[in-house]
Design a protein around this ligand. Sequence first.
Ligand SMILES: C[S@@+](CC[C@H](N)C(=O)[O-])C[C@H]1O[C@@H](n2cnc3c(N)ncnc32)[C@H](O)[C@@H]1O
Length: 230
Amino acid sequence: MPNEPQPELDWKDGVIPVARAFDDPYFSLAGGFQETRHVFLSGNGLPERLCDGFHVAELGFGTGLNLLTLALAWAQTGRPGQLRFTTFEAFPMAAEDMARALAAFPEAATIAAPLIDARRAGKTEFTLPAIAVRILLGDARDTLPRWEDRADAWFLDGFSPAKNPQMWGEDLMAEVARHTAPGGSFATYTAAGHVRRALAAAGFAVERAPGFAGKRHMTKGRLAGAPEPA
Ligand SMILES: C[S@@+](CC[C@H](N)C(=O)[O-])C[C@H]1O[C@@H](n2cnc3c(N)ncnc32)[C@H](O)[C@@H]1O
């Protein structure tokens, strides 16, 4: 395994991992799978926009639940080709902890095995059926500025801005915009004003949208420009 520190976890209700250092759960206590579909997929206009070569990037890989939800949505489109998924993670979870967390989502659990196997083997680049995955280990504030690529859609999924402010700063949001293809998008569960303002200052047309499970708002946005043909 790489040198990045593994997170210390508590388990809420025995199933939801909570990062002790941030005192925050990895996904919604109200249903992580549906939350991912609502916030990160619908917020980015997915699965409608998905096509061969479409590139999703994520801040905060965590359990891999977002990746697996995307993989299922992509498979259900029946479209040919392969997606790309690049995710930035400073504190990679142990494979066994990922497996324990994902077991709570039968839909995701059915396709989790190759992901768990790849992580157990310490791999950071591997292919799930029809998705090429790359995990960039390290603090996103260091790794994203050096990344030489651009995403068509971003999942901004750090812990809450109050508990994990380093994942939501102006400089990092500017790097997200700089690494977004023309016409590309982001979505996040948070509606924190300073995050919205940072993303707008970075160049996104930012909108509030209804949040998941009783949360009033989430945030989504688009960069100007026509999407590039796949
Ligand atoms: C809410 S969890 C992500 C949940 C995840 N997307 C999933 O599907 O399970 C937030 C993640 O951000 C990571 N993180 C926190 N600060 C970070 C930083 N500065 N750079 C990179 N990753 C960070 C945490 O280790 C954690 O895995």
